[in-house]
Design a protein around this ligand. Structure first.
Ligand SMILES: Nc1ncnc2c1ncn2[C@@H]1O[C@H](COP(=O)(O)OP(=O)(O)OP(=O)(O)O)[C@@H](O)[C@H]1O
Ligand SMILES: [Mg+2]
Length: 246
């Protein structure tokens, strides 16, 4: 899986640049001056234990969670004070933790929701999503709650793709899935990356995530404590001890 990791760094700068971002929930400082960059064509992974701030960072990028200070830029433009729908229109989407599909709606309706601001291109994107995930076409009239965990994750990713994104934020895609399905989901993310999508994901399945990622950041209680290429992080004694069970 790893040998084809050939992301090219955009010479003009990062696709996503988060600088000194701080986010609090009341007196809880969930992010403390976090800075990360994601370049066009990369898969970047956020590694961190429960409560480290991974979901907070992803939801701040999409504009769901407001920040106290710091900046977020996408494609060279500040987005940190923009509303969510505008950020989605610029090309950022989120596959939320726990999938976030609408359980009592059909697969098709869930997918169409993902295209709600982009209805003129919905047929084109639906066709592509069904090419990537033929199982979703077979299940298109089924309500989402009857899907398996892996199929639901595919639906969540498919719905995100319906918004015509450049950057896909994926929050803990492997959560609650059997190992074989986890491999399948990571293979899908790699395939999407090869198709040109840039991906920022959070994961506690550190080893598998680093095997597909180009670079990563370690988050600990709201701070970035380490960053590097996937290989550097896989070889790091601290990462090995804390996250790789070695
Ligand atoms: N809506 C909220 N209100 C209050 N505190 C919150 C809220 N959401 C998150 N927090 C707190 O912010 C911190 C970071 O949480 P966050 O969900 O971002 O972590 P995480 O790395 O995604 O964890 P997990 O791996 O368990 O999903 C935690 O201390 C959490 O309790
Ligand atoms: Mg989380």
């Amino acid at each position: 899986m790893q040998n084809e990791k050939t992301a090219t760094t955009a010479p003009e700068g990062a696709l996503l640049k988060v600088e000194n971002l701080s986010v609090s929930y009341g007196h809880i400082n969930a992010l403390k001056s976090v800075s990360i960059e994601v370049f066009l064509g990369e898969i970047v992974v956020l590694i961190g234990a429960n409560g480290a701030g991974k979901t907070t960072l992803l939801s701040s990028i999409l504009g769901i969670t407001p920040s106290q200070s710091g900046t977020i830029s996408f494609d060279g433009q500040r987005i940190d004070k923009e509303p969510v729908d505008k950020i989605v229109r610029k090309g950022v989407c989120l596959v939320p933790e726990g999938r976030g599909v609408f359980a009592s709606m059909t697969v098709m309706d869930n997918l169409l929701l993902g295209a709600h601001h982009n209805l003129k291109n919905k047929d084109k994107y639906l066709k592509r999503v069904f090419e990537w995930f033929p199982i979703l076409e077979q299940r298109k009239n089924q309500v989402a709650k009857t899907l398996s965990g892996g199929e639901r994750q595919m639906l969540a990713i498919g719905r995100a793709l319906m918004s015509e994104p450049k950057l896909i934020l994926v929050d803990e895609p492997s959560l609650g899935l059997a190992p074989i399905v986890v491999n399948e989901i990571f293979t899908i993310l790699q395939m999407l990356n090869k198709e040109g999508y840039t991906i920022l994901l959070s994961e506690q399945n550190t080893f598998k995530a680093l095997k597909v990622a180009h670079r990563g950041y370690v988050l600990e209680t709201g701070k970035v404590t380490l960053s590097g290429t996937a290989q550097q992080l896989l070889n790091d004694p601290g990462v090995k001890a804390a996250y790789l069970g070695a």
